[in-house]
Design a protein around this ligand. Structure first.
Ligand code: 6AU
Length: 255
């Protein structure tokens, strides 16, 4: 069994990772397990969206390399908005290269990801060297997966080995129950993309489920992009997603 039936306050108290503790505390304070996927293309639209919807979200997810006029001030301003509205920043970079390359893409480089992102994600197709390399950066101020289940199992095994840096998975359900020895106290956070209240997918392969379905199925934080920023009234949409996801969390944890 996972920790999915425990209140976030309890998970904040017992989690071994400081970012996971901050994440759960933020969710409790703001009564929000909503992550906005801010797939914006300019600095102005990114910052406007962060300021507009900041009050309703726990996390602001970026694809910072999509910003055509990215400048140091983009990052400075985004960080200021994160402080103003009390949200975390998740850079959806999906690191995938060898450890050495990933280190430089994460720390320094053109994007300065380590300076603004509380959370990043990585794909372990290239092996655990990616996580080892990222963990090394944090510590200092070949996996031929042929099928999805093997890849998922390997991802969980790597996460278990690197618990000082890995807080969870982008997944549609809890992964702790996949085979392998599960530590009694492990509590990986489940971040779920492909959440939209009204459509089933897009023309490029995206598949959707509703916030209620996602949280019921084990999602701790729902990640919503177009469902919010492409809505006629994004503020109203953000509040609707926030409420639906939070209510589903309350039901799941029996509160
Ligand atoms: O709600 P949408 O469809 O507008 O946006 C979904 C967001 C996009 C994707 O790059 C991302 O979620 N995403 C991810 C992530 C976060 O890793 C994984 C995945 O399997 N599907 C997916 O859509 O920013």
């Amino acid at each position: 069994s996972s920790k999915s039936t425990l209140p976030y306050a309890t998970r904040a108290k017992y989690h071994s990772h400081p970012v996971a503790r901050l994440l759960f505390r933020t969710a409790v304070t703001k009564k929000s397990n909503l992550i906005l996927s801010a797939d914006m293309l300019t600095t102005k639209s990114l910052l406007d969206l962060a300021d507009l919807l900041g009050p309703d979200i726990a996390v602001f997810k970026t694809h910072i390399d999509m910003i055509s006029d990215l400048a140091p001030s983009t990052i400075t301003s985004l960080k200021a908005l994160a402080t103003k509205h009390d949200f975390l920043i998740f850079e959806d970079r999906k690191f995938i290269d060898i450890g050495k390359t990933v280190q430089h893409q994460y720390h320094g480089g053109a994007l300065h990801i380590s300076e603004f992102a509380h959370i990043v994600n990585a794909s372990v197709l290239g092996g655990e060297g990616i996580i080892d390399a990222l963990e090394q950066v944090i510590r200092s101020p070949a996996f031929p997966y042929k099928d999805e289940r093997k890849y998922t199992r390997a991802s969980v095994a790597i996460a278990r080995k690197y618990r000082d840096s890995v807080i969870g998975f982008v997944a549609t359900k809890t992964l702790s129950d996949v085979s392998g020895t599960r530590d009694h106290d492990e509590d990986f956070v489940v971040f779920t993309t492909g959440v939209n209240a009204s459509v089933e997918g897009d023309s490029l392969g995206q598949r959707y489920q509703t916030p209620t379905q996602a949280v019921k199925g084990g999602s701790d934080f729902v990640i919503v992009g177009r469902g919010i920023y492409a809505a006629e009234d994004p503020v109203e949409a953000a509040k609707m997603y926030q409420k639906e996801a939070w209510d589903a969390y309350l039901v799941r944890t029996g509160q």
